[in-house]
Ligand binder design. Sequence first.
Ligand code: HEC
Length: 209
Amino acid sequence: MIGRSIGLSVGVFLTIAASVTGLVIIPNWQFRELQPVKKADGTQYPVPYFGEQLKGRGVYIDQGCIYCHSQQIRMKGYGADIRRNWGTRRSVPRDYIFEKPHQLGTMRTGPDLASIGSRQPSVVWHALHLYNPQITSPGSTMPRFNYLFTEMKSGDALPAGAFPADVIKIPEPLQTNGITQLVPNDRGKALIEYLRGLNKTFPLPEAAQ
Ligand code: HEC
């Protein structure tokens, strides 16, 4: 009886030790030395998020965008990611060295967003899409994030702290309930800046494709 429980304990210990070694210790040892790559002009890739983009990353996380969007491009031959123009090369560990927690994601109800900033840099597009995806993408199943915006009817005064340049006009045929313009609130603005900054197209030596 005692012999059996010792065998069982040793077995449990070895299973846990092997998993920790394979899933935590070895990957950490392989990747912990990874550094950014210096570009010819002296800047580096990747760079840590800061300011508006860092704040926007928090909004991305707390709104649960990860439940429908991944941020990882598969290599050629492992899916159509590159053919779909979601990225120019596969994603590699170096892309994520400043991302804690990373937003790799596993669900793809919507397109991959690893490089959405290079594919779609327009503030107006992102604002209209987040406010109501049906405006830019009719038939979309993405939920509305309209609470990231102040709705304005014609003649309404600007919300406190907003600048005229922040105002996004809704195209006339798509206006409803007399709402003609939008102003992203602080969180909306930050989220849009985060999305516009998502760009993993920088060529890296370890990701030839
Ligand atoms: C329930 C699933 C779902 C959630 C949650 C969701 N999306 Fe989407 N998203 C989609 C779908 C489906 C599409 C494709 C249709 C479209 O463009 O609206 C999409 C498209 C997009 C696109 C355009 C991608 C492209 O390649 O044109 C962006 C940008 C985007 N989503 C951002 C977000 C952000 C930011 C959040 C969180 C605030 C979010 N999504 C939450 C389902 C979702």
